[in-house]
Design a protein around this ligand. Structure first.
Ligand SMILES: [Zn+2]
Length: 225
């Protein structure tokens, strides 16, 4: 089985997302990267080219990569440095059709505050918010969402290995609520995904809202935060 979305449509949708996410402060200064799964067997993703301003992505600012993150479209262009993480997520979760990565202020602050110094990984727990219902499979505010946090690195194979270990044993194929909807890299940003680009975009919006709520609520007098 192949083809999640025609690349031409996917490219236009990703360009629109780039303009929006830059405008909302989530993808500034050439940060972030976005991908869609264009083939499952073999696994291939369309991913943003390295170092592009996300407010002005051109139609040629995307490359096709294989499961190992290697460019496979013969273009000779270089994909984003974090391409391997997109491939890892798409490989680990068979239902994934798109992966979006952002560098927002709230996610950056919160992930740094939540991860104990020197720790390779931790967890953020977000509970009780109505907006949690924007995450796939969640139907009530009366729940808790677990968001793993990984220590940052420039060694993508090493980080991909940590993600593999953290996701081991989680059942993303079961019906209903998925075990995770995204993760944070400390003082860096968010990775989230969805069965298609619209779902992944919604997850970014929901997570960014929740991260801002968590940080701002800790700033209230008497919050103890
Ligand atoms: Zn990044």
């Amino acid at each position: 089985m192949t083809a999640a979305a025609p690349p031409a449509d996917a490219i236009e949708s990703l360009r629109t997302i780039g303009r929006e996410f830059h405008g909302r402060g989530w993808s500034l200064g050439t940060s972030s990267n976005y991908s869609v799964v264009v083939s499952r067997e073999p696994l291939e993703l369309l991913v943003t080219v390295s170092g592009k301003d996300k407010s002005a992505l051109g139609r040629d600012d995307f490359v096709r990569v294989d499961a190992g993150g290697e460019v496979c479209d013969g273009s000779g262009r270089r994909s984003s440095a974090e391409t391997l993480l997109h491939c890892t997520i798409a490989e680990l979760i068979p239902s994934v059709g798109a992966v979006l990565h952002t560098h927002s202020p709230w996610g950056t602050i919160l992930s740094g505050a939540e991860l104990p110094a020197g720790s390779p990984a931790g967890d953020l727990r977000v509970a009780g918010y109505e907006m949690l219902k924007g995450l796939e499979g969640i139907t009530t505010h009366d729940t808790e969402e677990l968001v793993p946090i990984f220590a940052n690195t420039q060694d993508m194979p090493e980080l991909a290995e940590r993600i593999h270990r953290r996701f081991a044993g989680l059942d993303f194929a079961a019906a209903g609520r998925p075990p995770l909807h995204g993760f944070l890299i400390a003082r860096h940003g968010l990775y989230t995904w969805g069965r298609d680009l619209a779902a992944a975009r919604r997850h970014v919006e929901i997570f960014e809202f929740l991260f801002e709520c968590v940080v701002r609520s800790r700033m209230l007098p008497g919050s103890g935060g």
